[in-house]
Design a protein. Structure first.
Length: 295
């Protein structure tokens, strides 16, 4: 609200109302029009483009959350949540522009987001032909088959990787793009968790994770990953308090490039009616996320 002041003679006006400023000089009141800063349009485009990126990252979070898991950030402060940290970490890293109709239909595109951040060494890995994800976890000379037990698997992991201890957990994440060109893009998540136990001789590995999910390639642990999506393996530990490795989703999604171009951004903006409408895109991103499951 503008504030208007009168001088001692009760006729002189000084102050502003809206975009008009009143100034009195020698008894004469002059009205001046305020000129907006030239950079406001540029700031609006930058800020709203950033907000548009949030929507796809929210869809990735939600897809993972539907299977009872969510990204984890070890060093967040007491006032921060894993969701806040996930959005912040991927604001610049993941640029995917969804149409309004795709957002409204809960659509999403698998992209190379950061899933975790912590103090344990990064496992990492590379996508092989066919979508298999070859990790940097050494397995020695073990061969994984139908008769492999948790004990055998755990011993191979612990004995060949000094930064991994008995009782630690490996989380296998796969995100699948389950729609084709011209359809609403959708994300399907598959997450399996395995606690290493060198004393468990009775439980078969295939009873904890899918029988064909894990294998050994060139002496390294390999997961089935995704033929069209992304994969990651995460190491977490409770030995000295909660700790997790920093991991990123490795992606081989043939839809991704179609949603990252300048043309995709322009189409997304227009689907909301232009820049003036996009400011109402995400009034409160926290409201869009279901209840989370803490690690």
């Amino acid at each position: 609200m503008g504030k208007l002041n009168r001088g001692f003679n009760q006729t002189a006006l000084n102050g502003s109302i809206g975009a008009v400023t009143y100034v009195t000089r020698k008894g004469v009141t002059v009205a001046r029009q305020k000129v907006p800063a030239k950079s406001s349009a540029r700031r609006t485009l930058r800020s709203q483009t950033q907000r548009m990126k949030w929507m796809n990252n929210i869809r990735i979070w939600q897809a993972l959350n539907t299977v009872g898991w969510h990204p984890s950030f070890q060093n967040k402060s007491g006032l921060q949540t894993d969701f806040n940290m996930f959005i912040k970490a991927n604001a610049a890293r993941s640029s995917v522009y969804l149409l309004k109709s795709e957002v409204d239909a809960n659509g999403g595109v698998v992209a190379g987001v950061q899933l975790t951040q912590g103090s344990l060494p990064t496992i990492g890995g590379s996508l092989e032909e066919g979508g298999a994800f070859k990790t940097n976890i050494r397995m020695g000379g073990i061969t994984i088959g139908a008769s492999t037990t948790i004990k055998t698997f755990s011993e191979a992991v612990v004995n060949n990787n000094p930064y991994i201890s008995n009782g630690d957990q490996l989380t296998f994440v796969a995100l699948h793009q389950v729609s084709g060109l011209g359809e609403i893009p959708r994300i399907q998540a598959d997450v399996k968790e395995l606690t290493l136990d060198v004393n468990d001789e009775m439980t078969l590995l295939g009873d904890v994770v899918d029988a064909n999910m894990l294998s050994v390639s060139g002496g390294y642990l390999t997961t089935s990953g995704s033929t069209n999506g992304g994969a990651a393996v995460i190491h977490s530990s409770l030995v000295n308090g909660y700790a997790v490795s920093t991991e990123y989703l490795a992606v081989n999604n043939n839809l991704l490039s179609l949603y990252q171009s300048e043309e995709a951004l322009e189409k997304a903006i227009q689907s909301y009616g232009g820049l003036s409408a996009i400011q109402f895109l995400v009034p409160n991103v926290e409201d869009l996320v279901p209840a989370t499951v803490e690690p």
